[in-house]
Design a protein around this ligand. Structure first.
Ligand SMILES: NC(=O)c1ccc[n+]([C@@H]2O[C@H](COP(=O)([O-])OP(=O)(O)OC[C@H]3O[C@@H](n4cnc5c(N)ncnc54)[C@H](O)[C@@H]3O)[C@@H](O)[C@H]2O)c1
Length: 262
């Protein structure tokens, strides 16, 4: 898919990867960009620089996502690309215990990292299938493919988001609907800076702009799996080839990380 002339929605578009996507889509000549975020002021700033419009919402609110889709479709006739990008991460409160996060964290991350993608897909797919064209970009994470040490809820919800995207691609790929999942490792955003591990990432930290460049390439190729850190493909192969060996390697990585950031 080429972005030129397309009507695009980006959730979490006010900051980080989402803001970089908005800027990059604008450079590629998108016809309209809806910058949807719970941070209204920042969403307005981004919308102003990309000639789009800001929509203040919480992506975990199904009615708000439906209203966003209806409004953009009513004003612009269609949504060509919906980017479910907003997401949140919480470290395990007690790094010694994988299941130390309270139910409240599980519920919050489930709704933002998974159900928001469901609400968006439910709202946009009927129009896309009827037109025989449209595209969903789901910002997930390498944690949805490989697991993030010390982030059980994040890893589990991001794995669920991968499963959801696969199901949508299998069911609707033959109806002209494209699906891509964006699965970076560390990216220099507020989320990473506020994490326990910070910028201490074995494979380095990319800028949001570099991630957005990978997205443009991935969308042009209509590739399901977009991996801004190419190492992730090798890790996935190793995991598939010998799951137990991979788990052993992850245990060693966890021990190293705990000794550095207890
Ligand atoms: N930064 C990383 O290292 C990294 C790595 C892999 C995947 N990701 C994923 O990338 C996506 C974007 O993260 P980021 O790093 O740009 O984070 P960020 O914190 O810089 O930006 C996230 C944006 O989403 C908005 N947002 C959060 N929750 C929301 C909600 N419930 N409703 C509406 N807006 C909401 C925030 O206001 C913010 O503008 C997330 O899905 C995240 O899981 C990030």
């Amino acid at each position: 898919m080429k972005i030129a002339g397309k009507v695009v929605v980006v959730t979490g578009g006010a900051d980080g990867i989402g803001a970089a996507l908005c800027h990059r889509f604008h450079e590629e000549g998108a016809a309209f960009i809806a910058v949807a975020d719970r941070n209204e002021d920042r969403a307005r700033d981004v919308a102003r620089t990309v000639g789009g419009a800001a929509y203040a919402l919480d992506v975990a609110d199904r009615a708000a996502i439906e209203a966003l889709v209806h409004e953009v479709e009513a004003r612009h006739g269609r949504i060509d690309l919906f980017c479910s990008n907003a997401g949140v991460g919480d470290a395990d409160p007690d790094p010694a215990w994988a299941v130390s996060a309270p139910d409240e964290t599980w519920n919050r991350l489930w709704h933002i990292n998974v159900m928001a993608h469901v609400y968006a897909a439910r709202a946009v797919l009927p129009g896309m299938v009827a037109r025989g064209g449209g595209y969903l970009l789901q910002t997930i994470s390498a944690a949805g493919l490989l697991s993030q040490v010390g982030g059980t809820v994040y890893s589990a919800t991001k794995h669920a988001a991968v499963g959801l995207a696969e199901s949508i691609a299998i069911a609707h790929g033959g109806q002209g609907v494209g699906v891509s999942i964006l699965c970076p490792q560390g990216v220099d955003t507020a989320m990473l800076r506020n994490s326990r591990q910070g910028a201490d990432r074995p494979d380095g930290v990319l800028t949001p702009r570099e991630v957005a460049d990978s997205v443009i390439e991935g969308l042009e190729d209509e590739r399901f799996l977009i991996l801004p850190h190419p190492q992730v493909a090798g890790y996935m192969q190793r995991k598939a080839a010998d799951y137990d060996r991979w788990l052993g390697g992850m245990r060693k990585l966890r021990a190293r990380m705990l000794s550095r950031n207890p």
